[in-house]
Design a protein around this ligand. Structure first.
Ligand SMILES: Cc1cc2nc3c(=O)[nH]c(=O)nc-3n(C[C@H](O)[C@H](O)[C@H](O)COP(=O)(O)OP(=O)(O)OC[C@H]3O[C@@H](n4cnc5c(N)ncnc54)[C@H](O)[C@@H]3O)c2cc1C
Length: 450
């Protein structure tokens, strides 16, 4: 029995999706969001910021019935287009061997807007924008806002991102512990503008990477013809780029082909903020049956596997399932949700950190490429027993922890086969446990592959 209003703090991807699931369970939901309504205000200062959407994010969107709207705003990316100095024809490294094994570029704002519209369409979700929550008072069962206003709650969900106030209040109450491991690399988003006729200047159906060993540039297309481009680099590199001439020289030296396409590159670099990157590891995701955290609030990760939002949406779906399994004992439901998702959150956090090295240097390393080619070849020969790690993470809903364990076993087999071509690699692969069946909701045709 929930004694008071059901409240979600944070109307980002996780909070908006959660509100739809809760409405479907029959709850009336009150959401508080610190920012203005992104459907009516340009909160990204005119820039399009996009994300890679993959199976773990797609499945919950199918589940809540918004996938057709999402399909209209996505751009499929078939593989990594790797830009190497002096090579005018960059290489496409396909993500998978199946046509549907593509990831999808989607605008963060537009996806959020679709989820907010669907939430309001339930008739059971009320969203208050411009309502920054400062803390949760568990003694008085009240939400405390920055302006000292208070509102009551019976059950509060913290979907308020990596800096979650709900989580901090739970920690002050002794329920949660958390630590953030900051990376010594930062990021900055830039825009690669369209051609004069509105078309894309480079192939929109690929995730572009300019790997540079210690740093890298990536670009994902937007439907308007532009690309969201992100520079990931050590903090020391950003510190060196503190005046216009240094920025110009850096880009002209390291990313000459890209620089030629962006006339206002230096201005953008100076104007746009630099962001930091960290891994948040939390334990104690719930406080009895009164509070629970989800999405980045519980497991923020570095973005190098393109999985933070996908993991957040997958966690929301798991939370819904556990609540429906134990509707009369929500403390148990929340404990089961954490028991299921915490090992997966830890696994994807580690794999995301590992993928940074793969993206900024592995994609041009002959040893890495030979292993990747062998993995894809073995997948063709034994599709029931082996899938490359990237594909298990991006194109399945297999628990992340299982994907990580399988990937480690597969990596050992592949390394031994490359070291000694006489090894009976097929027998070793066939000795691996069979891969699990796909999720019943996982529809390979859910999003168009244009
Ligand atoms: C550079 C970069 C690239 C990324 N690329 C990808 C990608 O390609 N694919 C992918 O899957 N993930 C990606 N991610 C990760 C992804 O952005 C996050 O994992 C995802 O947005 C988490 O969703 P969320 O709803 O949990 O949190 P958020 O999106 O952070 O939403 C939290 C919401 O709560 C609100 N809020 C915060 N504090 C308060 C408060 N005190 N009171 C009220 N409201 C509050 C915020 O305004 C926000 O609307 C990337 C992240 C970064 C930094």
């Amino acid at each position: 029995m929930i004694d008071g209003p059901v409240v979600i703090v944070g109307a980002g991807q996780a909070g908006a999706l959660l509100s739809i699931y809760l409405a479907r369970q029959g709850h009336d939901v009150q959401m508080y969001e610190s920012r203005p309504d992104l459907r009516r205000t340009d909160i990204d200062a005119g820039r399009s910021i996009n994300l890679a959407l993959a199976t773990r994010g797609i499945v919950p969107l199918i589940d809540v019935g918004v996938i057709e709207h999402v399909d209209a705003i996505t751009i499929p990316m078939r593989g990594r287009m790797v830009h190497v100095d002096g090579d005018p024809t960059p290489d496409l490294q396909p993500y998978g061997s199946q046509p549907h094994e593509v990831i999808h570029s989607v605008s963060r704002t537009d996806l959020n807007a679709i989820l907010l519209d669907a939430a309001e369409a339930t008739g059971k979700v009320n969203i208050e924008f411009d309502a920054p929550v400062s803390s949760i008072n568990f003694d008085t069962s009240s939400i405390v806002f920055d302006d000292d206003r208070t509102e009551p709650f019976g059950l509060v969900f913290g979907a308020d991102g990596a800096g979650s106030r709900v989580r901090k209040s739970m920690a002050q109450h002794g329920a949660s512990e958390f630590v953030t491991d900051w990376l010594d690399h930062d990021y900055k988003e830039l825009t690669l503008p369209p051609n004069a006729d509105g078309s894309h200047r480079i192939d929109p159906n690929a995730l572009h990477i300019w790997p540079k060993g210690e740093f890298m540039l990536i670009a994902l297309a937007n439907p308007e013809g532009d690309f969201t481009v992100t520079l990931f680099a050590p903090k020391a590199t950003f510190e060196e780029l503190s005046f216009p001439e240094a920025v110009r020289t850096f880009f002209e030296t390291e990313f000459a082909d890209f620089t030629a396409l962006v006339p206002d590159l230096v201005e953008q670099f100076e104007e746009n903020p630099t962001g930091s990157l960290g891994t948040l590891r939390a334990t104690g995701w719930h406080l009895d049956d009164r509070a629970v955290i989800v999405g980045d609030a519980a497991h923020a990760i570095v973005p190098f596997h393109g999985q933070g939002m996908n993991a957040a949406l997958e966690s929301v779906r798991a939370l819904d399932r556990h609540m429906r399994d134990s509707p009369d004992d929500l403390a148990l439901a929340f404990a089961n949700y954490e028991a299921e998702r915490k090992p997966d959150a830890d696994a994807i956090a580690d794999m995301a950190l590992g993928n940074y090295l793969e993206m900024r240097s592995g994609v041009v390393d002959p040893d890495y490429l030979a292993k990747r080619e062998l993995a894809l070849e073995l997948e063709q020969r034994h599709p029931d027993h082996l899938r490359p790690r990237y594909n298990m993470v991006m194109f399945s809903t297999m628990p992340y922890a299982e994907a990580q364990q399988r990937a480690a076993a597969q990596a050992d087999i592949i390394a031994s086969s490359i070291a000694d071509p006489g090894v009976d690699v097929d027998s070793l692969v066939l000795a691996l446990p069979a891969l699990p069946d796909p999720d019943p909701l996982d529809d390979p045709n859910a999003l168009s592959i244009r």
